[in-house]
Write a protein that binds this ligand. Structure first.
Ligand code: HEC
Length: 249
């Protein structure tokens, strides 16, 4: 009954690794237990097969189960049950789930410090909206620039970001992530204009690698509109929503 001994030893070593978790509430991670068990089983096998005789004794029941004509029934039962058990275990591990995969995504990932847009390299820390100064210096001109920005917006952006700038554009609802609303205090109100410029010019593909998987539908506007149009549409989205861009101080 060497085989029985073997099974008992395996159970004892399993309990040895498992008990600290059960008795003291400090479980060993199951991947570690699997590793320990591998070494334990190898050790037990090494000891139990150290001589010819003990090896033969250990394997005798298996051999007779496979060969003895009178054990046909047991043999057939084993040959059915073992594959079923293996199949169930495998299925449990690869069982499909219907939950959405976990995606850790930050809505406003840290921007790169410099960007290359329109063939020029910009330092995002120093970049400012060239039209912002007119807000104080020349309110009439500023109003006109905002109006032009509004034209850009309703030509290019409202499909996704919405005619009320609430992110609910009629093309927007099929996307994941959804287009962001500019209304409210948690998107553009939190951002500097240089950041917004970067996001508009480089779109979803411009997002940094560390915030992948990003399947953002936001287009690369650098390819479609001019630099001036981007700065104007930025004036518009802040003006319309009553938000003030964040500044460095
Ligand atoms: C095809 C749909 C689509 C269009 C058109 C579109 N956007 Fe977007 N935009 C998105 C999506 C989706 C996001 C959210 C994912 C992301 O941040 O990339 C987004 C994000 C942004 C952000 C980032 C906001 C934040 O809080 O980080 C800005 C700014 C922005 N869009 C501006 C614009 C402007 C300006 C236009 C027009 C020139 C425009 N978008 C047109 C889909 C679109």
């Amino acid at each position: 009954m060497r085989l029985l001994q073997f099974v008992i030893w395996v159970i004892i070593s399993y309990l040895f690794f498992k008990l600290p978790g059960i008795l003291m509430g400090k479980p060993i991670p199951s991947s570690l237990i699997l590793m320990y068990m591998f070494f334990a089983v190898v050790m037990i096998l090494l000891v139990m097969t150290s001589t010819e005789k003990s090896t033969r004794e250990l394997l005798a029941p298996i051999k007779s189960m496979l060969e003895d004509p009178s054990k046909k029934l047991i043999r057939n039962v084993v040959f059915v049950i073992v594959p079923i058990v293996a199949g169930v275990i495998t299925y449990e591990q690869i069982k499909p789930t219907y939950e959405a995969p976990v995606e850790l995504r930050s809505t406003h990932p840290a921007p790169p410090s410099t960007i290359k847009i329109y063939g020029k390299t910009y330092d995002l820390l120093a970049l400012e909206n060239p039209y912002r100064k007119y807000e104080k210096e020349d309110p009439e001109k500023f109003k006109e620039l905002v109006r032009e920005g509004g034209e850009v917006y309703f030509k290019h952006c409202f499909y996704c970001h919405g005619d009320k700038l609430d992110g609910k554009g009629h093309y927007g609802q099929g996307f994941n992530p959804l287009p962001l609303p500019f209304q409210g205090k948690d998107t553009i109100a939190q951002l500097q204009e240089s950041y917004v410029f970067w996001r508009i010019a480089t779109g979803g593909p411009g997002l940094p690698k560390e915030s992948t998987p990003w399947l953002s539908a936001m287009p690369i506007w650098e390819d479609f509109i001019t630099e001036e149009e981007i700065w104007k549409v930025i004036l518009f989205i802040y003006d319309y929503t009553g938000n003030v861009p964040r500044s460095w101080e």
